[in-house]
Design a protein around this ligand. Structure first.
Ligand code: ATP
Length: 355
């Protein structure tokens, strides 16, 4: 007897347009699952800034434990104008990333057919790379403090933390990913100005290169690397960066590929000790929330990354192809991409293309 493959997903739609695009991603993933013969079960969590306003917490204290038993987490966006960003970040995203050891933040940057890049003269063949960001240590640490508040001696210091284990594992992830793509890794560094952690980062990059002899490499200081993203996006295949540099690059990357409304992101625990988390790059977009015009493509693409991670690569390719088909015509693209469709219209085109 064969049992049907099935997966349990924890969904956290969050705030604003997160609540509009996550249901679209769920329906698209369901359609792909039907076509490829597996099942998806969803449990929904109301963790959000809205919940924070009511209860004083973004999620319950044992939030990470509540989602641990699932196969993956599918997140919309958290953020609300009168809730400071650090509350949503430190109350939900960072605890989940750390408690579930989601150490690899992965953002594919691909110029899809039908989408215009802000870079003149660039087409789909020129922009196809992945930014791999270290997601749990580095510059984003709580170690530090402030002295002499409010005086002219006021002092602030913050310690960046780079461990050999933490750096080696993100490097290995990037090199292994490159082996499945065009075999090239670029490292983002700043070892001329940051004289302890970044030379260490460079040494560990060299060690990773020695462990993966088939992979070609390049390394640039972060300042010139940002210029190369704009001037030569075709140079890149996999780009690996520390928490801060990766954060910056992983917003710049999607910007050169057209619109924040299409870019997806994965927070991975590659060893699969814990469920990985998949989300659109965009935030809650309060300016357009509730109008039914949000672009659902980033959420659908994030669902494709989730299916890929769950081992359903064919279903992931089906979703990606459906996205690309929906982006080809202005009638089925949303307004942020110069189209005329609303969220529901874009969804219809995606679901129809899944077949
Ligand atoms: P947050 O505080 O949650 O990060 P934000 O509004 O500051 O939200 P984003 O939501 O990431 O930041 O996006 C900035 C702008 O880009 C939005 O205000 C919105 O106009 C536009 N935008 C973002 N996502 C989408 C989308 N899916 N569809 C259409 N427009 C979008």
């Amino acid at each position: 007897m064969t049992t049907q493959r099935s997966y349990r997903i924890a969904t956290i739609p969050g705030d604003g347009i997160g609540k509009e695009v996550i249901p679209v991603g769920q329906r698209a993933a369901e359609a792909a699952a039907r076509r490829h013969g597996f099942r998806l079960g969803w449990s929904e969590f109301d963790w959000s800034c809205e919940r924070y306003a009511k209860t004083g917490r973004m999620m319950p204290e044992d939030g990470a434990a509540q989602v641990k038993g699932h196969d993956a987490i599918y997140l919309g966006a958290v953020g609300f104008p009168n809730v400071p960003d650090h509350v949503s970040l430190w109350g939900l995203l960072i605890p989940l990333r750390r408690e579930l050891d989601l150490y690899a933040n992965v953002r594919p940057v691909r110029l899809m057919r039908g989408v215009a890049s802000p870079l003149t003269g660039r087409g789909p063949a020129d922009i196809d790379f992945v930014v791999v960001r270290e997601n749990v240590e580095g510059e984003y640490s709580e170690i530090g403090g402030r002295l002499y508040h409010g005086t002219d001696q006021e002092t602030a210091s913050q310690l960046a933390v780079f461990t050999r284990r933490g750096v080696d594992r993100i490097m290995d992830y990037a090199f292994q990913l490159a082996q499945t793509r065009r075999g090239h890794v670029t490292s983002a560094t700043k070892s001329n100005g940051i004289v302890h952690t970044m030379p260490f980062w460079d040494e560990r990059f060299a060690a990773a290169k020695a462990r993966h002899p088939g992979v070609k490499t390049a390394q640039f200081h972060i300042d010139i690397l940002t210029a190369h993203f704009v001037l030569h996006p075709d140079w890149f295949d996999v780009v690996v960066g520390s928490n801060l540099f990766g954060d910056i690059l992983s917003d710049l990357g999607p910007a050169v590929a057209g619109s924040i409304g299409i870019a997806p992101s994965a927070n991975l625990n590659p060893e699969r000790n814990f469920p990985s988390m998949f989300e659109p790059v965009h935030g809650s977009a309060p300016d357009i929330a509730g109008q039914g015009i949000a672009n659902p493509v980033a959420a659908v693409w994030a669902a494709a990354m989730m299916l890929d991670h769950l081992g359903e690569a064919e279903a992931a390719r089906t979703l990606e192809a459906a996205i690309e088909t929906s982006l080809e015509r202005p009638e089925t693209r949303t307004r942020d991409l110069g189209g005329t469709a609303d969220t529901a219209g874009a969804e219809r085109a995606i679901i129809a293309a899944i077949g």
